[in-house]
Design a protein around this ligand. Structure first.
Ligand code: F6P
Length: 323
């Protein structure tokens, strides 16, 4: 097994609260093992351009509680070309980088797979507020994003209740409804619209609001996952069919910011250490996953082929609450 002296760490794709905690864990684990840690800026761009700094244990002081990513993040079209990958490999050789830890989502893991295929050991750490990575039950950032959205929607509820209105709230999630489902249950939503389930506007939304009115409900919260389509259209339909004043709030990027929750800090710390120890033990082309509440690692190619369903029992429970 080749000796590992220098490990690089990068964040790529959309940021997620807890990425800093993961970076910190990678840096501190490297210090613990007595090896050098290099911070790569702006995802795979930094590897192509050589935008890289040495990180010691003190360089990550206090970042555990900060949202965002101190290494910056970006999507990198150049890295999707053979030429881009070659440049990145050249940087690794030039700087003596013996392994890379890539923090992000599926796009980040595809990059890690390409580096591994060219002989640079890689391990991916799942971080996305969408929690849509199929190989892992949990991705860094999801819990914080749920709490941020919950906090905002609790505030919306106060004013919706006073004015007897309907709040239509669009939450992030790209093509997945995990964030919407969790947030919808946590905020007692009347309906949760997710891309994984076919939408019957009349039955899933209008009927529930009519029934709620009969049952003396004063206000309504409807959660729309961004992958479903326009929250504006949903609100217009509600107004048209029920006469209720429906207001739209798009939570947007506030869901990606903020100080990470304890849950995110702990998983991020554990995953960061797991990844460094894995590289030192000769692992490559692996992704760190939470399965049955335990950390394991999986082949990146296998992980990328997996499909994640929305937990159906949770979806059914959410529907039973809207009476
Ligand atoms: O993947 C995280 C995410 O926040 C998605 O929920 C959303 O669709 C997307 O990123 C937004 O990306 P950007 O910040 O590039 O607009």
């Amino acid at each position: 097994m080749a000796k590992i002296n220098r490990i690089g760490v990068l964040t790529s794709g959309g940021d997620a609260p807890g990425m800093n905690a993961a970076i910190r864990a990678v840096v501190r684990s490297c210090s613990y093992y007595g090896i050098t840690c290099l911070g790569i800026h702006r995802g795979y761009n930094g590897l192509i351009n050589g935008d890289i700094v040495t990180m010691d244990a003190r360089s990550v002081n206090g970042v555990i509680s900060r949202g965002g990513t101190m290494l910056y993040t970006a999507r990198c079209p150049e890295f999707m070309t053979e030429e881009g990958v070659k440049k990145a490999i050249g940087t690794c050789k030039y700087l003596g980088i013996d392994g890379i830890i890539a923090i992000g989502g599926d796009g980040t893991f595809r990059g890690a797979r390409d580096l591994a295929a060219h002989g640079v050991p890689t391990i991916g750490i799942p971080a996305t507020i969408d929690n849509d990575i199929a190989s892992t039950q949990y991705s860094i950032g999801f819990d914080t994003a749920c709490n941020t959205a919950q906090d905002a929607i609790d505030k919306l509820r106060d004013t919706m209740q006073s004015h007897e209105r309907c709040s239509v709230v669009e939450v992030m999630g790209r093509n997945a409804g995990h964030l919407a489902l969790h947030v919808g249950i946590a905020t007692g939503a009347t309906a949760i619209l997710v891309p994984e389930k076919e939408l019957d506007m009349e039955q899933d939304v209008i009927e529930k609001i009519r029934l709620g009115r009969i049952n003396k409900r004063s206000h309504f919260i409807i959660i729309v996952a961004e992958g479903v389509g326009s929250a504006m259209k949903v609100a217009e339909k509600i107004k048209e069919e029920t006469g209720i004043d429906a207001r739209v709030t798009i939570l947007g990027h506030i869901q990606r910011g903020g100080s990470p929750s304890a849950e995110d800090r702990v998983w991020a710390t554990r995953m960061g250490e797991y990844a460094v120890t894995g590289i030192l033990n000769g692992k490559s082309n692996r992704v760190v996953c939470v399965v049955n509440d335990k950390l394991i690692d999986m082949d990146i190619n296998e992980a990328l082929e997996m499909h994640k369903d929305l937990p159906n029992e949770m979806y059914l429970t959410s529907k039973m609450m809207a009476v």
